[in-house]
Design a protein around this ligand. Structure first.
Ligand code: ADP
Ligand code: MG
Length: 570
């Protein structure tokens, strides 16, 4: 048999197997392209588990008409021109392989309109037939992939059922939605909407997105962390040891916005949880690691799950020590005191004698292995970080004298409560206002704060930044000023739903005295009762009852027969 070069069509189909394993990998590639195109809104439509159709539309930069044929040519990319660019790469794609591969194994339509182009153009590819024609659409790109693997029957045979392929797609979409919270997303399957995620522009909406995607339990048991060291940053949430799972299916780790399944990172995390979970149980996490692009090589595999670090040991130590530190501070207070001392780099080696972890009778980790200078340094730095780190709010602590009573939230305005055998109708926002006021006034200054995962930026020129800083620091708000921008880096723990922008506007407009601030803080809460966690709901219920015992409240209406008659008009 003579040797012949493969036609580019066949070569592409074979290469496609590397990048496109199943419908979910098509979705992943297309979502990454939309992200690279700086879209802030993406709509995903899936037909029959992706086997019939995968249609992804974005409002990003678009592709100019002349470049449309190039977009589906192999090894054609706008993201990389020379090998050296790899070290400074910030885009998701760079191989120029995805669209070419997808086009070779499906019927693909690519329509796009860049802002500067008058009208949109559409490229239709069906086997060797390629057709370019004008079409109507607003700015952005739509990639419509139909009949995936129609010309690759062997690959099609390896596909799973519609349901399994769809589940894999949903997983990819969730994973992407968590990596790019600023992008609004919708997902539809077989014409039905599966979820709609508005852009998460602040801490509150970010938590809502996470709650939608990972569940309420995850967010209720999440310990927030945000730490920086030697150009690396680790932020996100890890589960406290009370919440553990039978599978490692809720471990979401992103490196420079890319989802990774990296052995080194997993090892560091596992080690930090050692002794805190029963054997065979798994923690949950949503973590974002940022490392200068020159220090990490993402070019290991086309699906890019694995990475190679320039200094793996430094990365491992940084992650391990920061996670251990965060877990340490999630322990009950009496345990914390012991542990804080043990976290010191000088005393670390004696930590085997510490009190046990939450569940298992042995230490969090044995430190007598390979403690390097780097480790000691990292541990020492974490002591500085610890001062900024505070676990999630402990609402229940406010009401220890009365047992928690059940009450009902009818909607974000009304609630029902029975106390002393009497039913009460509640005006929840007013009750919440009083509750916040009580919390703020009762707590010592400075209020405990926690770092924001996404700092809030407000564009506002300010000439008395120092005054604002001084005024708000006792309330747990850490502000920074750069030219005409205010950055808010921490918020008070006891006010997780603070509308910081509104607060700053009010403070700048009224220049209040410190004594007037609690009322302003209480008024600037984004209170949606339907979103309260169980702890928050209990604490609010207990507060209301506590107040009822002292004096009738304006926000509680006792439902006696007379009131009921009035309400029902009878
Ligand atoms: P890569 O992303 O590795 O560059 P792809 O085959 O995924 O390769 O895409 C090829 C090129 O097509 C990209 O470099 C980009 O210029 C363009 N492109 C693909 N999808 C989009 C999109 N949604 N919006 C704008 N440009 C896109
Ligand atoms: Mg790409």
């Amino acid at each position: 048999m003579r040797i012949k070069p493969l036609s580019s069509a066949v070569a592409n189909q074979i290469a496609a197997g590397e990048v496109i394993e199943n419908p979910a990998s098509v979705v992943k590639e297309l979502l990454e392209n939309a992200l690279d195109a700086k879209a802030n809104s993406i709509a995903i439509e899936i037909g029959f588990g992706g086997l019939n159709q995968i249609k992804i539309s974005d409002n990003g930069a678009g592709i100019i008409a002349d470049d449309l044929p190039l977009a589906i040519a192999p090894h054609a990319t706008s993201k990389l021109t020379q090998l050296a660019d790899l070290s400074t790469l910030t885009s998701m794609g760079f191989r120029g392989e995805a669209l070419a591969s997808i086009a070779s194994i499906s019927r693909l339509t690519l329509s796009s309109k860049p802002a500067a182009q008058d009208h949109a153009m559409m490229l239709q590819i069906d086997g060797a037939a390629v057709e370019l024609s004008p079409c109507a659409r607003s700015q952005g790109t739509t990639v419509d992939v139909r009949d995936l693997f129609y010309n690759a029957p062997v690959r099609r045979r390896f596909l799973k059922t519609e349901r399994s392929e769809y589940i894999a797609i949903e997983h990819i979409v969730k994973r992407f939605a968590l990596s790019a919270p600023m992008i609004a997303m919708t997902l539809r399957h077989n014409g039905k909407q599966v979820f709609e995620l508005p852009a998460a522009t602040d801490e509150y909406s970010l938590r809502l997105r996470i709650k939608k995607l990972l569940g309420k339990e995850f967010i209720d048991h999440a310990i927030a962390l945000d730490v920086e060291r030697a150009g690396m940053r680790l932020n996100g949430w890890i589960s406290d040891p009370v919440y553990h799972r039978s599978q490692n299916d809720k471990q979401w780790i992103y490196l420079n916005q890319r989802m990774v399944k990296d052995k080194l990172i997993h090892h560091a995390l596992k080690q930090a949880y050692e002794g805190r979970l029963y054997p065979g149980r798994h923690f949950a996490c949503l973590l974002y690691l940022s490392i200068p692009t020159a220090e990490v090589d993402v070019n290991v595999h086309p699906t890019k799950h694995e990475v190679r670090f320039q200094e793996p040991r430094l990365v491992h130590d940084f992650i391990g020590s920061q996670i251990a530190e965060a877990l340490l501070h999630s322990s009950p207070p009496e345990e914390q005191n012991d542990r804080v001392i043990a976290g010191d780099s000088e005393t670390t080696q004696h930590s085997e004698h510490e009190s046990p972890g939450c569940y298992l009778p042995h230490p969090i980790r044995s430190h007598n292995d390979e403690i390097s200078a780097t480790r000691a340094e990292t541990m020492a730095s974490s002591m500085i970080v610890r001062e900024n780190y505070i676990p999630r709010p402990q609402f229940a602590a406010l009401s220890t004298s009365i047992p928690t009573i059940p009450w009902f939230i009818l909607n974000n305005q009304f609630g029902l409560l029975t106390w002393n055998g009497q039913p009460y109708l509640l005006d929840i926002p007013r009750a919440q206002h009083q509750h916040y006021l009580f919390i703020i006034e009762q707590q010592a200054r400075p209020l405990l704060s926690r770092p924001l995962l996404v700092p809030i930026h407000i564009d506002h020129s300010i000439d008395d930044g120092h005054y604002l800083q001084q005024l708000l620091a006792p309330f747990g708000l850490h502000l920074e000023f750069k030219s005409s921008r205010i950055s808010i880096r921490t918020i008070p723990i006891c006010m997780p739903q603070l509308n910081v922008k509104l607060l700053l506007q009010q403070v700048m407009a009224t220049r209040p005295e410190e004594t007037e601030l609690p009322a302003i803080f209480a008024a600037c809460q984004l209170s949606d009762a339907t979103q309260l966690s169980a702890d928050e709901k209990n604490a609010l219920g207990d507060f209301i009852v506590q107040q009822l015992q002292v004096t009738p409240q304006r926000y509680c209406l006792r439902l006696d027969v007379e009131q009921c008659r009035n309400l029902m008009n009878v």
